[in-house]
Design a protein around this ligand. Structure first.
Ligand code: 5GP
Length: 346
């Protein structure tokens, strides 16, 4: 046993220090980024925010809404091939640039990925997603997927430490998904004791990835536009959102009424609810590592999106970043013992 005693921080432990700026208005700020990738001979342009591949978030309807603003949706892995084909037939022509196909690492996942791509070859991103990206089998799977799809942008995760970011990039991924345990409906830290404060995970993993020419996605733990700004400030190239995009018309999950008010279901992908829905049962050897909640219904996602993008533009203005790309360089975090004033929120 060993104890590492350097302090690891989460979003709640810091604020971004304002800096002198020559920007006159937040409308001058550009949130668009352009990326070239480590392996895929490809580039991408858009706003680097991604809807999570959860069936209560990363739906086809979400993809249609987010793509209008050039944001990505990681489509959850439970749609059938027929659903995929029907969606692509109606979707805008450039939708392939703004969706990722999610896949696990079982033989049936490989087959399904191939069938989706066979008919929908313009989809740019493949998201190979497992709860624990530390297994040798996972890195081998990334290697095989890279051999099969030399020109797709491969996202792999989740991990939280630099050495595993490097291993997965060297195995053939372009982008590494970072986050173990910070998610709003995740119970991994409670069930297993395993995890890593998200802000430090981003800082350490971004350094490892950028050193090799790769990128990272900060996945999980953002509960406000300010947290998203902190994730970008810490070095994330992309930020993935679950809970912040749940509860809308475009989100999945049943609409329910409580005391006359509308709510939508939102649940973790390894919650008992999700496992029963998609696999039929919770396998005996595993515990549920996610919970189910009901979030207030919030109408169209466009309104929330404008709130998020407005917040980010404002952060950039406070630190004098004309483009989102400059935000990390312009960020100085201060450690704090307080966040917002909650007098009217409890
Ligand atoms: P949020 O933005 O809601 O804080 O976090 C979303 C992320 O939580 C997802 O992208 C995914 O990485 C993670 N997640 C989703 N469902 C589960 C689950 O059931 N268990 C765990 N441990 N993490 C989950």
């Amino acid at each position: 046993m060993r104890i590492e005693s350097d302090l690891k921080l989460g979003f709640k432990d810091v604020m971004i220090r304002p800096k002198r700026s020559t920007l006159k208005s937040r409308s001058q700020v550009s949130l668009q980024r352009e990326f070239k990738f480590l392996h895929a001979n490809n580039s991408w342009e858009g706003i680097p925010v991604i809807a999570a591949n959860m069936d209560t978030v990363g739906t086809f309807n979400m993809a249609t809404a987010l793509a209008k603003n050039k944001l990505i949706t990681a489509i959850h892995k439970h749609y059938s091939i027929t659903d995929w084909n029907a969606f692509i037939a109606n979707a805008p022509k450039d939708i392939g640039d703004y969706i990722a196909i999610s896949t696990g690492i079982k033989p049936k996942d490989v087959k399904k990925l191939a069938s989706i791509l066979e008919v929908n070859s313009t989809i740019k991103f493949i998201c190979i997603d497992v709860a624990n990206g530390y297994s040798e089998r996972f890195a081998d799977f990334v290697k095989q997927t890279r051999e099969t799809y030399p020109n797709k942008v491969i996202i792999a995760g989740n991990v939280v430490t630099g050495e595993m970011v490097e291993e997965l990039l060297l195995a053939g991924s372009d982008i590494i998904k970072v986050g173990i345990g910070p998610g709003s409906v995740c119970t991994t830290r409670v069930k297993t004791g395993v995890g890593y404060p998200q802000l430090s995970a981003i800082i350490e993993c971004a350094e490892a990835a950028h050193g090799l020419g790769g990128q990272i996605i900060s996945d999980g733990g953002c509960s406000s536009p300010g947290d998203i700004a902190k994730a970008f400030g810490a070095g994330a190239d992309f930020v993935m959102l679950g809970g912040m995009l749940a509860g809308h018309n475009e989100s999945g999950g049943e609409l329910v009424e409580r005391n006359g008010k509308p709510f939508k279901q939102f649940y973790g992908m390894s919650s008992t609810t999700a496992m029963k829905k998609h696999v039929g049962e919770v396998a005996e050897y595993r515990a549920s590592e996610g919970k189910i909640v009901e979030v207030p219904f919030r109408g169209d996602v466009e309104t929330t999106l404008q709130d998020i993008l407005g917040g980010l533009r404002s952060t950039c203005t406070y630190v004098g970043a004309l483009r989102l790309k400059e935000l990390t360089k312009r960020t100085t975090f201060i450690r704090v013992a307080e966040q917002e004033n909650r007098i009217y929120t409890e």
